[in-house]
Design a protein around this ligand. Structure first.
Ligand code: SF4
Length: 391
């Protein structure tokens, strides 16, 4: 798993690699063909032949991958229904348009349904009930903000159906870079993701199901070029001495700022400090709490609810320290903004620094989904947050 973790990349990085591949001379249409072909192959391997398949496709490139998969599966004898979620006129890219035109001509083997609303979907309920496999090619990595209708209801329907789902590139609703869920996300049986494992999947197994990383023919030279560019752009954009710069939870660097006066010295973070500028911050101390102090937990949610005034942070004696944690988070954000820092490595599971899962409750003895108060505030302000576990 360590190898997988170190290989995992963000969706933004993948977009850079895709762009470089095209500059290298690999047509987007070929990448889409390879991606859709890989999805079809996975389905043929994992399920029986003679399947009834429904492809839920969006109007972007993820939908285009789904159209390619539909064509290959129909050629192998599957009965394929494609549900286009949206208007055909809104199909966005040339490659998706081309593949849409092809499947529209495959009338004998592929039935197409245009779903613009929930009522369009309800009229086709009989197809849904008969399906053996769903393909989720709705949004992939293209989701911005929360899921809107009709996607929200379709995702709920997929999850409640009990029918196996294969997600294309990323389950709809799941942020592949951070593992965050945008209101609701498809709970896939398999996720076929392309070229490299995505960072957000490492903590999101209940949504991704089994992950298959499919080779879509991107040469190693392309990746090396994309990584070189990524690094130099990080150096250009960082605000400290021209080097890659990140905020880091001070306790991970060995500062004795933990509630019990100890630290959480982390070997990987220490090694990183030799290559990058790491700026240590302890949000709890910055919020005015002394060391040692009592351990604390969030009651009624995570950092998001704390920032929205719907949950509070209390220490072991029952003292409300919400204001301290919010103030600490704001101070950390101020440091990030004043130095132009765009990345942070924060201590996993802490109610201040945690990301993805945090300790909760007055005795901080439960683990719940969510971000710590500081992690949440940084993310809301466009700062990319990972924990030491994702390094
Ligand atoms: Fe470490 Fe963050 Fe807790 Fe400070 S608030 S001790 S930096 S985990």
């Amino acid at each position: 798993m360590t190898g997988v973790k170190s290989e995992a990349i963000t969706a933004e990085k993948m977009a850079e690699i895709d762009k470089k591949a095209v500059e290298f001379g690999i047509p987007r249409l070929l990448l889409m063909e390879n991606a859709g072909g890989a999805v079809a192959r996975t389905i043929m391997e994992k399920f029986n032949h003679g399947l009834k398949i429904i492809v839920f496709a969006g109007t972007g490139n993820n939908g285009g991958d789904g159209f390619v998969a539909a064509r290959h599966l129909a050629n192998k004898g599957a009965k394929v229904n494609v549900f286009l979620i949206g208007n055909p006129e809104d199909i966005r890219t040339e490659e998706t348009c081309l593949n849409w035109d092809v499947i529209r001509k495959m009338r004998r083997n592929i039935k197409i349904h245009v779903v613009r609303s929930l009522s369009d979907l309800k009229k086709r309920e009989r197809y849904l009930k008969r399906a053996d496999v769903f393909i989720d090619a709705m949004l992939g990595t293209g989701l911005r903000g929360s899921l809107r209708e009709p996607f929200f209801s379709i995702v709920r329907l997929i999850n409640e159906s009990g029918i196996p789902v294969v997600s294309v590139d990323a389950p709809t609703g799941l942020n592949p870079s951070t593992g965050e869920v945008h209101g609701l996300a498809v709970k896939a049986t398999y996720t076929v993701t392309f070229h490299k494992m995505k960072r957000g999947f490492l903590e999101a197994k209940e949504y991704t199901g089994e992950i298959i990383v499919a080779d879509i023919g991107i040469p190693k030279e392309v990746e090396a070029a994309a990584i070189g560019e990524h690094r130099s752009s990080r150096r250009r954009t960082s605000g400290v001495s021209g080097q890659a710069t990140r905020l880091v939870s001070a306790c991970l660097l060995g500062v004795n700022c933990r509630y019990d006066g100890q630290n959480e010295l982390n070997e990987k973070v220490t090694r990183l400090a030799a290559q990058e500028v790491l700026i240590p911050v302890c949000p709890e101390q910055l919020g005015g709490l002394g060391t040692p102090r009592e351990s604390m937990g969030i009651i009624g949610g995570g950092g998001s609810e704390v920032l929205d005034g719907k949950a509070r942070v209390v220490d072991r004696s029952g003292k409300d320290v919400t204001e301290n944690l919010v103030r600490g988070a704001e101070e950390v954000l101020k440091i990030a903004k004043s130095l132009g820092v765009k990345d942070a490595i924060l201590k996993a599971k802490s109610p201040s620094c945690g990301c993805g899962k945090i300790h909760s409750g007055a005795f901080s003895d439960m683990l719940v989904k969510g971000n710590g108060v500081t992690a949440e505030l940084l993310k809301r302000n466009g700062i990319h947050v990972i924990t030491e576990d994702n390094l």
